[in-house]
Design a protein around this ligand. Sequence first.
Ligand SMILES: [Zn+2]
Ligand SMILES: [Zn+2]
Length: 240
Amino acid sequence: MKLLVLGTGTAIPRIERGSSAYLVTARGATVLVDVGPAVVRRLLEKGYEVDDVDVIVLTHFHVDHTADLSTFFFACNYGRVPRQRPLTIIGGKGLARFYQGLCAVYPWIAPKTYDLTMVRLVNDSRKIPGLTITTVPVNHNPESIAVRLDGKRSVTFSGDTDVSVNLVRLAAGTDTLVAECAFPERKVKGHLNLAALDRIVQRTRPKRVILTHLYPDWDDWPGVLHAPYLLGEDGMEMEV
Ligand SMILES: [Zn+2]
Ligand SMILES: [Zn+2]
């Protein structure tokens, strides 16, 4: 299972950090987690097209996690070749309403040549070829979910969240935890800082923790990270 970090940023536009998004390629399926601004283009830069993605998981509906969903759908209809491959969108509470809202604004995004399945997945699992996808609600927005992908190994994405017992439950024993750590020191409601994340990590014991959703506070943070922590960078690629 391969993890490609497409972006490690936030709502603050930055050259060095695109909006938080990740691509997991497993034998049998390719999963995109979040699709914020410019993620479709970021995929291209990394050698992937929208047609390569089987499943999109939306951790929540904030713009920095969903803005390019319309771009994605539009490219499926009007790209070089109209999409044939089925597409599944997984999200939390209100997913259908969110999609209907997008279609009301952009009627051109409704699928023309392929099957689209919308799955509201909360406290539940869904099997796809090569992977099991499990989500739990987390503390950020009412629809916010963390997501775990289990194949031969496992990777868990916190999504945007504050301290969350559900995340502790979901991430227990995972190989790689991709965790939002918005600020190294500052504690802001709805997000984690290093101290709050560390309490989660102590209880879940992942082999590796990739910090993401990084605000500019990180730029001049004088601290040093030790294993299992790794500061996320756009473009990082690794075997999970
Ligand atoms: Zn965010
Ligand atoms: Zn958010």
